[in-house]
Design a protein. Structure first.
Length: 119
């Protein structure tokens, strides 16, 4: 089992920045990949960014490419999402997820943190 806790959400004006954090505890050595996802009411959860734990390789959805940066701190068992030049359409609940080695899906999720961007 892995427990994930997000922090860092809040309310900013368009063009502003926020940094989200996700800290893991439990079987962290089994995590192969971390991801950030977001969801607005009435819509499906959307992939935002992911990072491979061992290689550090990253991947982003097109709408955040160049504005968001995902990073990791191996010593702290944590990942971060630096979000710059935020837009109102980035408003959502952001959650981090973890996928174990050998697993196809993300099986562990945090509780989510609200990000609200005003125009």
């Amino acid at each position: 089992q892995v427990q994930l806790v997000e922090s860092g959400g809040g309310m900013v004006q368009a063009g502003g920045s926020l940094r989200l954090s996700c800290a893991a505890s439990g079987r962290t050595s089994d995590i192969a990949q971390w991801g950030w996802f977001r969801q607005v009411p009435g819509k499906e959860r959307e992939f935002v960014a992911r990072i491979n734990w061992s290689s550090g390789n990253t991947d982003y959805t097109d709408s955040v490419e160049g504005r968001f940066t995902i990073s990791r701190d191996n010593a702290k068992n944590a990942i971060y999402l630096q979000m710059n030049n935020l837009k109102p359409e980035d408003t959502a609940i952001y959650s981090c997820g973890a996928r174990f080695f050998g697993a196809f899906n993300y099986d562990y999720w945090g509780q989510g943190t609200q990000v609200t961007v005003s125009s």
